[in-house]
Design a protein. Structure first.
Length: 118
């Protein structure tokens, strides 16, 4: 399987990514900024929009030792990658792996996305 590899900034938590007002759900400023940076990185990588079934591996390097749920990181990153055109819809993902790694200054997410052969 061929993978496309991207290094993304640490995603904001879901509480900082999404907001709601009444029945309306919206993306907060931190989420808008994260999406824009992910879109820039996807475009810069030259990665095509992937179709078909996908495997995604996320390795999370957090910036500090605060408690974080890795599943929240995945939601924000996967939504931003879809918005950036890395794939059509995150429902294409059949295999998702998330791994917490060591603490690094500034934090980062290392993402590998590959198409699953039929």
């Amino acid at each position: 399987m061929n993978y496309y590899e991207l290094v993304l900034p640490t995603a904001p938590s879901i509480n900082h990514y999404y907001g709601s007002k009444g029945n309306r759900r919206y993306i907060k400023d931190a989420g808008v900024a994260f999406r824009a940076e992910v879109a820039r990185l996807v475009k810069q990588s030259g990665m095509p929009t992937l179709e078909g079934r996908l495997c995604v591996v996320i390795r999370a390097y957090f910036p500090d030792r605060r408690k974080r749920d890795v599943d929240n990181v995945a939601k924000a990153a996967l939504d931003a990658l879809q918005h950036a055109g890395a794939y059509l819809n995150d429902c294409q993902i059949d295999d998702l792996q998330i791994k917490r790694d060591k603490i690094v200054p500034g934090g980062r997410l290392e993402v590998m996305i590959g198409q699953i052969s039929a």
